[in-house]
Write a protein of this length. Sequence first.
Lengths: 243, 323
Amino acid sequence: MTQLALVIDLNVCVGCHACVTSCKEWNTSGSAGPLCDENPYGLNPTGTFFNRVQTFEIGKYPNSETLHFPKSCLHCEDPPCVPVCPTGASYKRKEDGIVLVDYDKCIGCKYCTWACPYGAREFDEKQKVMKKCTLCVDRIYDMSMPEADRKPSCVKACPTSARLFGDIHDPESAVSLAIREDGGYALMPEWGTHPANHYLPRRKIKLKIHKDELERADNPLKVDGQLPKPAKGAPSMEDVSAW
Amino acid sequence: MKPAFSVIFLTTLLGAGQGLFLALFTHQSYALFGLLPMQSDAFYGYGSALAMLFLGGGLIASFFHLGRPERAWRSATQWRTSWLSREVIVLPAFMGVVFLYGVSHLVGFRPEIVTLPSGLLIDLSAVIGTVGTLLAFALFICTGMIYACLRFLREWHSPLTVINYILMGGSSGFILAAFFSATYAPTETDFFVGWAVIITLLAFAGRVASLLRNARLKPKSTMQTAIGVKHPYIVQRSMGSMGGNFNTREFFHGKSAAFLRAIKPTFLVLAFVVPLALLALGLFSPALLGVAFILQYLGLMAERWFFFAQANHPQNLYYQTIG
């Protein structure tokens, strides 16, 4: 069983929205038709996006920090949006776990959005069907592309490599490793939807240096500064080590 | 949630139609057992035609909810998992049975099907009516479960949702039946008014119970679980769009909190208190029964508006600040 997913590292996301524009560019140009916009240059621009970057302020000034939070469909392992669909337009692929909408079957009843706690689906107001992140399914299997390009558009665009893509069911994959070793977590775990996409938390890199580590005992290149000369008869390296 | 007028009309019109049919067949069942005088075929037949008008209105309203109504036939395919799909199947089935019930009365085609050992004669219309009764309840359950099955919308995720759809539809339909019988079978008005009062009281109790339940709900999802940061102070500064988006339009009612507060007593009075008072007075002045039905219908529309507006979707946590 394969479950493709994104792992988003909040520690390095800088909120540049490159993933948003890259996603929109790729997915509005595909064979499935455009992601429609209304008033793109007007007062209240609105449109269909698969991916959005939101910004949160955590804490109270001055002890606050800014968190940029990219959000797209999480491709839940138990997707609540799929069983409620009356037409079968919403489905989860067995082979790779991607949750997709068949735009030719969707009747635009919007019931699936009610059943998604994450607000991951957006209704296309011009085509009158439901749309959502496809994990660039038209890209990741395209053999005419070089292998390095067979990744979702957002992943390719991220300048800080905050977005990882891979199979979270493969314990050796980079995404599984990241989830396991860097504290990957799922959103709203209380609903039991088991999102496939994971987020890596903000983590402070702290390096604890003890006093005796300031100068190395052997100091081979004599660049760490001079150690005080040991007194005569004081134990030397020869006494404690056989080399 | 944003109350869609198509769904408000759909659920209230269907409720009245189902309730009216149940009222007619309840009367026929009483008459079958000799508890009430059997009425003319025209009474049941034209009553079914009136029910069909309401059901048809609801069916038409439902199409206005769809982005792609021309594909509506596809929505009958996922009945194994989707309550919406089940409703799509049960509604036309129920309408078909109501139509046959009306036709069997109007044409007078009511051949004997079976005679019970007690000597009770069961004719075709009684059989059709029984099937129709089962389908009417099945339709109420489907309609209610469409909302009650969504576990994220905790205001709806309760058996009270289904019970209230049955009771409020029943109340509406029995009041309509009382008005109908005041015109076509005045001797039977008391029977329908009596049941209408009982069902309206039960509906009142059910709706108040769900209001009390919802007032005590504590949200399961919080800002902390939504973005996975354990900090008591989290404020959204930007939702990732400058002019709103589908998520800000579909999941907010768009009215002030004061408006929401004002709607609650309005619908409680219009949908339950006023009809109960008019039902009592209607025993002496039948025209008031018509007024009772219309005022209650307006009240039920307000009730339905509130039902949607009150439901707070967890996705709203992600869409608080445009910026």
